[in-house]
Structures are given as C-alpha cells and as structure tokens.
Design a protein around this ligand. Sequence first.
Ligand SMILES: Cc1cc2nc3c(=O)[nH]c(=O)nc-3n(C[C@H](O)[C@H](O)[C@H](O)COP(=O)(O)OP(=O)(O)OC[C@H]3O[C@@H](n4cnc5c(N)ncnc54)[C@H](O)[C@@H]3O)c2cc1C
Length: 486
Amino acid sequence: MKLRIIGAGLAGSEAAWQAAERGVSVELFEMRPTSSTKAHKSKYCAELVCSNSFRGAGLHNAVGLLKEELKVWGSLIMQAALANEVPAGGALAVDRDGFSQYVHQKISEHPLIELHTAEISSLPDYTPDAPLIIASGPLTSLALTKEIEKLTSQDNLAFYDAISPIFLHDSIDHSKIFRQSRYDKGEGDDYLNIPLTEEAYYSFVENILAAEKYTGNLAVEHEKIENLRPFEGCMPIEDMAERGKDTMLFGPLKPVGLTDPKTGRRPYGVVQLRQDDTEGSLWSMVGLQTRMKRHEQDRVFRELPGLEKVEFVRYGSVHRNTFIDSPKCLEATLCFREAPGLFFAGQITGTEGYVESTAGGMLAGINAARMLREQSLLQFPQETAIGALMAYISDTERKDFQPMNISYGLMPSYLDSPRRDGKRKLSKKERRIIAAEHALDISRTLYKDEDSSLDLGNSSKALKQSNQYRQLARTSTSYFRNFRPI
Ligand SMILES: Cc1cc2nc3c(=O)[nH]c(=O)nc-3n(C[C@H](O)[C@H](O)[C@H](O)COP(=O)(O)OP(=O)(O)OC[C@H]3O[C@@H](n4cnc5c(N)ncnc54)[C@H](O)[C@@H]3O)c2cc1C
C-alpha cells in the first residue's frame, strides 16, 4: 500500500503529509538539488519561488477563507506558515527559508514518508492499489512535460509568470522612505514605502519602457516568451507599463491608505517593500515582478529614492508556467478521468497561487489515501473555497481554460447569498463573511466525519489546539454571530 508523488513543492509536500497522516506509506520524488528549475534556489521542500506572501488573512478575502479551510484539515503548509510568520499588515507572509526548512524537516522526519532526490523523466505505473500524484508544478522538467503531453493528448498550455527582486535591508537609504502599512493594518508600520512625486513616477515608467528585457524563454528552451500570455495576477511591470502609463498607479504603485510623514500628504505613487525573513534583513518589492535584464534592473531600480546603493539578493525574472487543460481530463476529486489511480495536484492543474496549490495537494493526498482504503473519493461542496476551485478546474463546459486564483466569484453560496438583513443592506464584506462561515461549517463537519472514520495523526489536532488557531477561529465566529446563516 504505497503512494508515489512527483514533486515536493507546496502541493506535493502537502499531499504527502495528508496521506501519511492517514497511515499511508509515501514515496516522494523531488529532483532538486540534483536538477533544478530556473526559479528554485534551494534543496528544501516547498520552496517559495517568488513572493513570501500567502496573501490576505481576513475571511472577506477568498484566499483568507481558503487558508482557514486548510487549517481545519491540518495542513502542513499552513502549520509551517504560522510558525514562520513575519509582519505584513493584513496578509500572511513568512520567512521563506524558515518556512521551507520547517516543511522539509517535517517531511523528512515523518516515519511514513521516504523523500528521494530524483528527477522522474518517464511516468511510473499507477493503479488504484498503487496510486500516483503528479505535483511537479509550473516548472515541470522538460522530459516529464513531454510525458504529460502524451498522457493528456494535449500540447501543454502555458503562460509566463514573473518574480520581483529582493534587497538587503542595510543597503537601503531609510532617510528617504517611510514605514507604514496601508490603512495602518497589522502593526501599522509593516511595510517600507518609497514615496514618488508625479515626476519621479513617470520617469520610473519611462525607464521601465526603455529598458532591455529578456525575450527568449528562460525556463524551457524551445519556447519564445512572446508566444506565451502573462498571468494577470502576477504581471511583469513592463507589461503593465505598456498597457498605459497610469496602469501601475491602480496596481502595485497605488498610494491609497498611505501618508508620507515628511509632507503629511498621500504621495503620487508608492513603491512598497515587504519583510522577507524573520530577522528583517531581506526585503522584497511588492508586485514589481520584472523581466528586465539584470543590468537594467540595477539601473532602473537604483534611480528610485532610497535605493541608490541597494544590493540585490535576488533579481527579478520570468518563467514559463505549464498547466494541463484540466476541464478535459480531471474530476473535481483531482483524479484523472480516464485513469483511476492517477491524480494531479498544484499549479499544474491550473490553480494559480501558493495557497491554491496547497489546497490541491491536500485534496489529492486525502483522495489517494481514500482510494487505497477503497473509500469513495472526497469531493468538496462548491460552497467551500476548495470545492469552488476544484469545480472551476473540472468544469467540462469550460472552453479556453485559464489558471485561476480562488475568488468569491467562483462560489455560488456567495453569489446567491441574501443581500439584505431585514431593512439593512448587507455590504459585500458582510456577505462574504456569511458565505465564509457557511463554508467553514461544512469543512469542519466533513473533517469531523473523516476524523471519526480514520485514525488521523496528532499534528492536525495539535494545530487546532494552538493558540493562534483558536484566536483565528474566535475572530471568524464573532463576525458570524452578527449575521443570519444562509
Ligand atoms: C516564476 C513563478 C513565480 C510565482 N510567484 C508566485 C507568487 O509570488 N505567489 C503565488 O502565490 N504564486 C506564485 N507562483 C505560482 C505558484 O503558486 C507557485 O509556482 C507554487 O510553487 C506552485 O506549487 P506547486 O507545488 O504546484 O509547484 P512547485 O512549488 O513548483 O513544486 C513542484 C516541485 O516539483 C519538482 N519537479 C519538477 N519536475 C520534476 C521531475 N521531473 N521530477 C521530480 N521533481 C520535479 C520541482 O523541483 C518542484 O520542487 C509563481 C509561479 C512561477 C512559475
């Protein structure tokens, strides 16, 4: 009774953990560090390739709900994120090295998980008695990509994804910048802000437009970057600038909720930096993914006030991002339609984002374990964030499939929720929280049913008992008390 998993990223590590916690022996194959991708740098499981943020933490954000659902199910990735949290206003951000080392250690120490360093180039056999999960991510190695293309009878779909730079804290001139979180969220001063005058903003845009960019594909040699589409949620600044000179003012450089203490006014534009490690020695640019050549990044970013002598710890870059046409081949259980015993999980299924990839890993791990126990596969109801995401990627009616972040727009329970409470009109935020509480109730019930039918490991229980979890649970319940359930 053994499960094999290809890729120990966010999805593969979570899948391995969930299955092993259900008593299944797991062989987890990870090619790093022997072979690597163009974006990964370490030998550790669940490396975060770009931002160190798991995005918004409140229940009014769909990704906040998704994180809460993952916590209900004892997610290892959420456990690691909470243990390595750094200040980030209303978001959950982590010390990236501490985070992946935590996951790596938990995986390596689990008595039922064998972690192998090996690149899988041809697909191993799989059956319902010996299932396989493919969680090799957006940067799947070329040989395996070809195998998956044969299996799915598809030319793989792809778009490109970009990374933003990270700087050394000590190399920033702090006299020209100010600390504040947007609308004073979190501790109120979690971000470093570079205020831009109107002139400085447009000069930054012109510099970006004029800079030399990478055009050849960096991750898979046979592709040209021009042939691929950018992902809207992670668009390089060059593409934003080309859409219009003001575009970034409504995106990553928006100044709303920020006041420059030197002028007492809102700046024309703001470049934000977010803490990237526990010590606060590394800071990453927020939303400034770039495909400018390195020498151009040196020049363009050093023209920003406070960054004149900045030292880059990591440059921005751009990569191919591979995904399969999931609606054509996957069930909402993540099982491959034509091949029982085979599952896909993570970004390769077209669920975009760290938290979304983790959710897929969790579901695939649970279902592979259920298949081995000859239990029916778990399909989350669409009222839950996980269920809504899985319904999106497995919807057979969907044409022109494109990767997607979780959103309340995918959840019928939000779209159809009451708009009034008696005479009072409910705000969008209130309706989201009602839908979120409904989703969490379902998740808790589903988990309890599974919990009572299986001998689950202690770690998921430990997470539920942790103070942080109790506090989060209390917050969401107190929101809910004010509103009628759907
Ligand atoms: C350049 C880039 C930047 C991104 N930035 C963000 C971001 O800032 N925020 C966000 O939320 N999401 C981001 N994403 C999207 C996505 O959420 C992440 O890529 C996420 O890591 C996906 O998780 P995963 O487990 O599916 O894949 P991964 O985390 O990439 O894990 C896949 C693993 O499989 C291994 N592997 C690949 N091929 C093989 C093989 N043949 N044999 C064995 N092992 C193999 C890889 O080494 C890797 O460790 C980004 C994606 C890319 C490509």
